[in-house]
Design a protein around this ligand. Structure first.
Ligand code: GP9
Ligand code: MN
Length: 470
C-alpha cells in the first residue's frame, strides 16, 4: 500500500547513521564548491513582467498525489478523466512540460524541492535524515511578509517525519490526522478520502481566513495513491471502449471492448477521476465561501504513479478485434519504450485564479521545467528571492532550461539523457554535439553535488558557519 515508504525504510535503515558520518568529513571541500557556485549568483532577483504580480494575495497550494499530465485531456467514450484539471489548465497558467524530481522520498522529496528549490539528498531522505537543517523555504518568506502559513494533510503527522519537517520549513501549523474526523466509511486507500478531507479543510480555512489578513496554505491530497485498488470507492468511471454498431437490418447494438478495465493504469484513471472530482468540489466550496476572491491557486503533481509500461502500450495500441495489443510491425503501432516512459512521467503544474481565463496570464508554457524551478518562479510573482535556490524562474531561462533528476538523468528542450546508459534521445531535428551532452551532464552533476552539500553540511545555517570561522 505504501509505495515509497518501503523503499525509504530499507534505504533509511542502512543509512540511518550516515547523515552524521556524511557531515563529519568533507566540510571544507563542500564549502569551497558552495562558495565557487554562488560567487556567480546575484544577490538580487532578476525582474521580469511577472515580478510582484501576486503580491499580497492569499495562496492555496494543492499537492496532487500521483497526478500525471498524460491524463489531462484524455477521454474514455467522450468522458474526461480529469475535467477539473482540464479546466484549470485551460483557464490558468499551465506548465505542460513539467517534471517532478523525486528520489526514494517520493511525496516528501517533492515537498522538499517545491519548498526549497533544492534536490533530494543522495542518501537517506531529507525529510527524515536532515530535518534539522536550515532551509530557505517558501513558507518562511511568506511568514516574513506577515502571512499565516499552514499545511493540511489527513494522514499521520509522523509519516515522512512531516511533523518536524513542516515546522522546520516554516509552516506555522500542520493540521494532520488528529485534526480531522476520520470515520471508516470516509476512507479510501491510505486514509481519509480527499472529498471528506476538503470538506473538513474548508471549515478550518474559513476560521483561518477570518483571523488572518493573509494566509498561505498547503493541502496534501491522499486518495490517488498506489496501488489504486479501492476501485469500488472511486465512483463510476468506465475505461472500457464502447461502440454503437448499426446492422444492415437497421438494428443498433452497443459493443463493449474491455480495453483498460482490470489494468493498473485503468484503475489509476478511475482513482484520478475521483481525486479530480474532489478537487473540483474543493474549488466550488472555496468559491461559495468567498475564498477565491483574493487567492492564487497553485497545483503540482507530486510524482508520477509508477505504472507498468505494458499498460501504456495497451492504452496507445489497443487492438479491439483481438482484445490485445497491436504487433510492433503494425503500421499504426505507437512506440512506447523506456524514453517515452520517462518523458511520460510529467506531472501538472498550474497557477490559476478565478479571473485568469482570457487574461494575458492565461497561457500554456511548454518550456521544460522541474519542481526545482517552482520556488524561483513563484518567488518572483509574490515578491521574494532566495539566492540559494538551485532552480530558475522559468520566465528568465526560457529555451535553455535543464531539468535534473536525482539519478543523474537530465532533460532539456533538446535531449533526454540517460546517465546509467550514457545514451540519449534527441527531441529536436537539430544536431546534438558531444559538447552539449558533456556540458549538460556536468551541470547536472555539479547541481546535485552543491544541493547535497547544502543539506548534508547545513551550509545555509549562517550561525554554524560563523562558529567554524571563529
Ligand atoms: C503519505 C502520502 C503518500 O502521507 O503523502 O506518500 P508517498 O508514498 O507518495 O511518498
Ligand atoms: Mn506522493
Amino acid at each position: 500500500m505504501r509505495f515509497g515508504i518501503y523503499v525509504y525504510q530499507v534505504n533509511d535503515l542502512v543509512t540511518s547513521i550516515q547523515p552524521k558520518i556524511n557531515a563529519m568529513f568533507g566540510y571544507d571541500r563542500a564549502k569551497k564548491s558552495f562558495d565557487d557556485y554562488y560567487v556567480n549568483v546575484s544577490d538580487v532577483a532578476q525582474t521580469n513582467q511577472y515580478t510582484n504580480i501576486f503580491e499580497g494575495k492569499n495562496v492555496v497550494v494543492i499537492h496532487g498525489e500521483s497526478m500525471m499530465t498524460n491524463a489531462i485531456g484524455l477521454q474514455f467514450n467522450g468522458v474526461d478523466v480529469t475535467p477539473t484539471l482540464n479546466r484549470l489548465s485551460k483557464e490558468g497558467m499551465y506548465f505542460s512540460n513539467f517534471y517532478s524530481e523525486v528520489s526514494v522520498g517520493t511525496s516528501s522529496d517533492s515537498e522538499l524541492t517545491y519548498n526549497t528549490s533544492l534536490m533530494p539528498t543522495k542518501s537517506g531522505t531529507a525529510f527524515v535524515s536532515y530535518s534539522d537543517r536550515v532551509f530557505n523555504s517558501t513558507p518562511k518568506y511568506f511568514n516574513d511578509k506577515g502571512y499565516y502559513t499552514f499545511s493540511m494533510h489527513a494522514n499521520n503527522a509522523d509519516f515522512w517525519n512531516r511533523r518536524n519537517m513542516h515546522a522546520n520549513l516554516g509552516y506555522q501549523r500542520f493540521y494532520a490526522k488528529a485534526d480531522f474526523k476520520v470515520e471508516p466509511e470516509n476512507t479510501i486507500g491510505l486514509g481519509l478520502s480527499d472529498k471528506e478531507f476538503f470538506k473538513q479543510s474548508i471549515k478550518k480555512l474559513n476560521t483561518i481566513n477570518k483571523k488572518n489578513e493573509n494566509w498561505y496554505g498547503l493541502f496534501i491530497m491522499l486518495s490517488n495513491h498506489t496501488p489504486f485498488s479501492d476501485v469500488e470507492k472511486y465512483g463510476e468511471f468506465d475505461v472500457s471502449l464502447k461502440e454503437t454498431v448499426t446492422h444492415e437490418d437497421g438494428t443498433v447494438e452497443e459493443v463493449v471492448y474491455p480495453y483498460m478495465e482490470n489494468t493498473k493504469l485503468g484503475n489509476y484513471f478511475k482513482s484520478l477521476h475521483y481525486a479530480d472530482q474532489a478537487l473540483g468540489e474543493f474549488i466550488t466550496m472555496l468559491d461559495e465561501n468567498g475564498l477565491l476572491e483574493d487567492t492564487v491557486f497553485v497545483l503540482y503533481g507530486d510524482h508520477d504513479a509508477r505504472l507498468p509500461k505494458a499498460d501504456y502500450r495497451r492504452l496507445y495500441n489497443y487492438d479491439k478485434e483481438n482484445d490485445s495489443v497491436l504487433d510492433e510491425s503494425d503500421p499504426n503501432y505507437v512506440i512506447f519504450d523506456s524514453y517515452q516512459y520517462e518523458l511520460g512521467r510529467k506531472v501538472p503544474f498550474i497557477i490559476w485564479t478565478k479571473d485568469m481565463a482570457g487574461s494575458e496570464l492565461n497561457m500554456e508554457i511548454t518550456d521544460v521545467m522541474g519542481m526545482i524551478d517552482v520556488q524561483p518562479t513563484l518567488g518572483n510573482m509574490f515578491g521574494f528571492y532566495n539566492k540559494y535556490a538551485l532552480g530558475h524562474d522559468i520566465f528568465n531561462i526560457r529555451g535553455s532550461n535543464i531539468v535534473v533528476f536525482p539519478n543523474g538523468n537530465w532533460v532539456s528542450d533538446k535531449v533526454y539523457y540517460n546517465s546509467q546508459k550514457g545514451e540519449y534521445l534527441s527531441l529536436t531535428p537539430e544536431a546534438i554535439s558531444e559538447e552539449y551532452i558533456k556540458n549538460c551532464t556536468e551541470y547536472t552533476n555539479n547541481l546535485l553535488d552543491v544541493s547535497n552539500n547544502i543539506i548534508v553540511f547545513d551550509l545555509l545555517n549562517e550561525d554554524k558557519y560563523k562558529e567554524s570561522v571563529e
